[in-house]
Design a protein around this ligand. Structure first.
Ligand SMILES: *[C@@H]1O[C@H](CO)[C@@H](O)[C@H](O)[C@H]1NC(C)=O
Ligand SMILES: *[C@@H]1O[C@H](CO)[C@@H](O)[C@H](O)[C@H]1NC(C)=O
Ligand SMILES: *[C@@H]1O[C@H](CO)[C@@H](O)[C@H](O)[C@H]1NC(C)=O
Ligand SMILES: *[C@@H]1O[C@H](CO)[C@@H](O)[C@H](O)[C@H]1NC(C)=O
Ligand SMILES: *[C@@H]1O[C@H](CO)[C@@H](O)[C@H](O)[C@H]1NC(C)=O
Ligand SMILES: *[C@@H]1O[C@H](CO)[C@@H](O)[C@H](O)[C@H]1NC(C)=O
Ligand SMILES: *[C@@H]1O[C@H](CO)[C@@H](O)[C@H](O)[C@H]1NC(C)=O
Length: 503
C-alpha cells in the first residue's frame, strides 16, 4: 500500500475514534497561524564554537535516530564531548521554535518545529496516586511555570523558566488506555497487552540521544484565526513526557510534529484546513524580535505568483518523512555528475527528506563529493582551516553579504537543486557557505552522510516559505525573507517564546 493510502486509512480510523467536537468542519475556518522564531547564533567567538559543536552533535544524533544507524557509522563526535555545564543545549540548538497554546485553560508552550517527527510531546508533570497509574485526580492549583536552576558558561547559576504541562489541570486532557484500539496504532507505544486501566505509554529516542517517555492523551490547542478570534482545535494526540532530561537547560518545552503520520500535529490540525500547512523560515540569527508563521490552511503568501511546486514524495524507509524528488544539482548553472540512484527513494537509502530539525544538509558520498568539489573550486585559493569540528571545508575568509568578494577573488557560484517538474530551489550564498562559523572562517554548509536518504536541513531551507499539501501530495516553495506577511497585525504572538533565561 502506498504511504499516502495508508495514511488516509489511518486517518479515517482516527476521525471515527476522536470525534469532532468544538470546531465544526463547516465553520468556514479557512486558516490559522502560529508564531515561529528562528534559531539564534551567539555572537562571541567561544560561544560560536560551542554552538556549532552542539549543532553538529545534534544533527548526527538526530540522523542516527532517523535512520536507526549503529553508532560506529558516525564520526567520533558525540554530545558527551560537550561541556555539559554550558548553557548551550544540544537539543534546541539550530531549531525553529513555534508557540502553541495547549489545554484548558490554554497555556503557551514553545515547541521545536519538526517536519520529520510523528510525536508531539510536551514536558509534563503527572500526579500519581499512591501506587496507581496516573489518573486525573483533583490537585491543588499550581503555577504551570516553575523555575529551575541551571549553570551558565561562567559557572554562575541562571534561572530558567520552564513551562510544564500538567494534565490534571487541563479540562480537555483525556488519556488513552492500552485497551483502546487507537493506542495500538500509535507509534513508539510500549503497552504490554490491552489492559483496560493502564495508560497508553510511549518511548522515543530524542535528538540529544537520550530518550523521552510518557503517556498519550487527547488534547485541544487554541488557535487564532486571521480575524482575531480564538478557537479550540480538538482531537490532537499529545505525548505527556514524564521523562525529564537531567539538568538540561531546554529553551523549549517539547516538539511539534509535522511529519507524515495520522497522529502528527501537521496531519490532525491540517485535516480541517485543506490538509495543508506552510511555514516560512526566517534567516538563522534573525533579530530575536522577529517571528514568522506556521499556517494551517490557505496562505496568501504561498498563493502569490512565483511559487514553485513539485510532487511530495513520502519516504519509504523513514515513513514519517517526506521531500522532493531531486533531478539535478547545479553549481554555476552546470549540472553535477551525481548518479540518479542517489535521489531515488525506491532504492534502499536513496531519496531525500526535508527536515526542519536538522541544520546542515547531509548528502551521501556520491553527492557530497561532487557538491563540495564544485564549490571548493571557487574557494580553494583561500587558506583552509581544518580544526572546525563537523565541517570538512572551511576557509579563512570574511564572508561578505552576497558571497562576492573581489578583493579576495571570491564569487560564490549560484547553486540550484532541480526537482521533478522543473521546480528549482536556489538558496542564497549564505545557505551554501556559512559565514562566521568561527569569526573570520566560512565553511561549506554540507555534511557527508554514510547512509541516505539525503537530508535537506533548515540552513538550506531558510528564507523560503514551504507548503506541505498532503491532499494533492505537493510540495510548494518560494523565496521569501518571511518578514512581510504578518497576516494579522492584531494577531501578534500570544506571548514571546514561553521560556527565557532570566539571568
Ligand atoms: C472569525 O473567523 C472564524 C473562522 O473563519 C469564524 O468562525 C468566526 O465567526 C469569525 N469571527 C468573527 C468575529 O468574525
Ligand atoms: C575516531 O577515533 C579513532 C581513534 O580514537 C581514530 O582512529 C579515527 O580516525 C577517528 N575518526 C574520525 C572520523 O575522527
Ligand atoms: C491491569 O493493570 C493493573 C495495574 O497495573 C493490574 O492491577 C491488573 O491486574 C491488570 N489487569 C490485567 C487483566 O492484566
Ligand atoms: C525588541 O522589541 C522590544 C519592544 O518592542 C524593544 O524594546 C527591544 O529593544 C527589541 N529588541 C531588539 C533586539 O531589537
Ligand atoms: C581568481 O580565482 C580563479 C579561480 O576561482 C583563478 O582562476 C584566477 O586565476 C584567480 N585570479 C587571481 C587574480 O588570483
Ligand atoms: C576578518 O576580519 C577581521 C576583523 O575585521 C580581521 O581581524 C581578520 O584578519 C579578517 N580575516 C581575514 C582572513 O581577512
Ligand atoms: C484587533 O483587536 C481588537 C481588540 O482585540 C478588535 O477590536 C479589532 O477589531 C481587531 N482588529 C482587526 C483588524 O481584527
Amino acid at each position: 500500500m502506498p504511504p499516502g493510502l495508508l495514511l488516509l486509512c489511518l486517518l479515517q480510523l482516527l476521525l471515527l475514534g476522536l470525534g469532532d467536537h468544538g470546531l465544526r468542519r463547516d465553520a468556514a475556518a479557512d486558516s490559522f497561524h502560529l508564531p515561529v522564531s528562528a534559531p539564534v547564533v551567539p555572537d562571541s567567538a567561544e560561544e560560536r564554537r560551542l554552538h556549532y559543536r552542539a549543532l553538529e552533535a545534534k544533527d548526527l544524533l538526530r540522523h542516527r535516530r532517523m535512520t536507526r544507524q549503529v553508532p560506529e557509522l558516525m564520526s567520533n563526535t558525540s554530545m558527551f564531548e560537550l561541556p555539559m555545564r554550558s548553557a548551550v543545549n544540544i537539543a534546541h540548538v539550530g531549531m525553529y521554535i513555534v508557540v502553541v497554546r495547549i489545554g484548558t485553560p490554554a497555556l503557551p508552550y514553545s515547541l521545536v518545529l519538526d517536519t520529520a517527527n510523528d510525536l508531539t510531546w510536551i514536558n509534563c508533570r503527572l500526579r500519581r496516586r499512591k501506587g496507581k497509574h496516573p489518573g486525573r485526580p483533583h490537585v491543588k492549583k499550581q503555577p504551570p511555570t516553575t523555575t529551575t536552576m541551571a549553570i551558565d558558561d561562567a559557572g554562575e547559576p541562571v534561572k530558567v523558566l520552564k513551562n510544564w504541562y500538567r494534565p490534571a489541570l487541563s479540562d480537555s486532557w483525556r488519556r488513552y488506555r492500552c485497551s483502546q484500539k487507537l493506542c495500538m496504532h500509535f507509534p513508539h507505544n510500549t503497552c504490554q497487552g490491552n489492559n483496560q486501566t493502564t495508560s497508553c505509554t510511549y518511548f522515543q529516542e530524542m535528538q540529544d540521544g537520550t530518550t523521552t517517555s510518557g503517556i498519550y492523551g487527547q488534547e485541544k490547542a487554541s488557535v487564532l484565526f486571521p480575524n482575531g478570534t480564538m478557537a479550540k482545535l480538538p482531537g490532537l494526540v499529545l505525548g505527556c513526557s514524564t521523562f525529564e532530561a537531567g539538568g538540561a537547560v531546554d529553551s523549549h518545552d517539547g516538539v511539534l510534529s509535522l511529519g507524515n503520520s495520522p497522529i502528527a500535529f501537521g496531519v490532525t490540525a491540517a485535516k480541517r484546513f485543506g490538509g495543508r500547512f506552510s511555514f516560512c523560515l526566517l534567516a538563522t540569527a534573525s533579530d530575536r524580535n522577529t517571528s514568522s508563521y506556521l499556517t494551517f490552511g490557505s496562505n496568501p503568501a504561498v498563493e502569490r505568483p512565483g511559487t514553485l511546486e513539485t510532487p511530495l514524495i513520502y519516504n519509504v524507509e523513514l515513513a514519517v518523512a517526506y521531500g522532493p524528488h531531486i533531478t539535478a544539482v547545479l553549481v554555476g548553472g552546470v549540472p553535477l555528475d551525481i548518479p540518479p540512484e542517489v535521489w531515488d527513494y525506491r532504492i534502499a537509502h536513496g531519496g531525500v527528506v526535508l527536515d526542519t530539525g536538522t541544520s546542515i544538509t547531509g548528502l551521501v558520498p556520491a553527492a557530497y563529493d561532487a557538491v563540495t568539489a564544485a564549490l571548493d573550486r571557487h574557494l580553494a585559493h583561500l587558506e583552509r582551516v581544518t580544526d572546525v569540528l563537523g565541517f570538512d571545508y572551511c576557509y579563512n575568509w570574511n564572508f561578505t553579504g552576497d558571497g562576492v568578494d573581489p578583493a579576495h577573488n571570491v564569487t560564490i557560484p549560484s547553486f540550484a537543486i532541480e526537482m521533478d517538474g522543473g521546480a528549482r530551489l536556489e538558496p542564497d550564498a549564505k545557505s551554501i557557505v556559512m559565514p562566521d562559523v568561527v569569526p573570520g572562517v566560512a565553511c561549506l554548509a554540507f555534511r557527508r552522510l554514510a547512509q541516505g536518504p539525503a537530508i535537506i536541513g533548515n540552513v538550506l531551507m531558510q528564507e523560503h516559505i514551504w507548503e506541505i499539501d498532503h491532499v494533492k501530495e505537493m510540495l510548494r516553495f518560494r523565496k521569501d525573507n518571511c518578514l512581510d506577511h504578518q497576516q494579522n497585525k492584531n494577531a501578534t504572538s500570544p506571548s514571546p517564546p514561553a521560556t527565557h533565561n532570566a539571568a
